[in-house]
Ligand binder design. Structure first.
Ligand code: GCU
Length: 127
């Protein structure tokens, strides 16, 4: 069906802040993960049918260090160590798709930082 945007600033944030100081975000801002392993953003998404979906993550990473995230769905790891490399500068946003398996109806997708740098800045996910 038609892709739906789920803004990071509307998600459940554990150790992170909603900010708007780097241009180019959609919605009202983005999430700056705290620079700590375990910081996370969790979205509740709704899909019509069970299956494998591409979750398109819009992010920025103004450093040169990869900021990997583990993706869990409804509490179980679905994609681990997904890389979010440098985008050149914090206002440079790009996307990458992450394949996850979802159930029909509501699902909780949680993106957890795995290094002490925390995650990239995340604007939104689309699926
Ligand atoms: C800078 C930048 C933030 C970013 C942070 C980080 O402070 O302004 O947007 O989240 O670096 O390294 O995580």
């Amino acid at each position: 069906g038609t892709p739906v945007d789920y803004q990071a600033e509307d998600a459940t944030i554990d150790r992170g802040a909603v900010e708007s100081n780097h241009a180019g975000f959609t919605g009202t801002g983005f999430v700056n993960y705290d620079n700590v392993a375990g910081s996370s953003v969790e979205w509740t998404v709704d899909v019509p049918a069970a299956g494998t979906y591409d979750v398109v993550v819009r992010y920025a990473n103004g450093t040169t260090a990869n900021r990997p995230l583990d993706f869990s769905v409804n509490g179980s790891i679905s994609a681990s160590g997904v890389g979010f490399g440098g985008t050149g500068a914090w206002p440079n946003w790009t996307t990458r798709a992450v394949k996850v398996t979802l159930a029909a109806g509501a699902n909780k997708i949680k993106a957890v930082a795995t290094t002490t740098n925390g995650g990239p800045n995340i604007d939104k996910i689309t699926l």
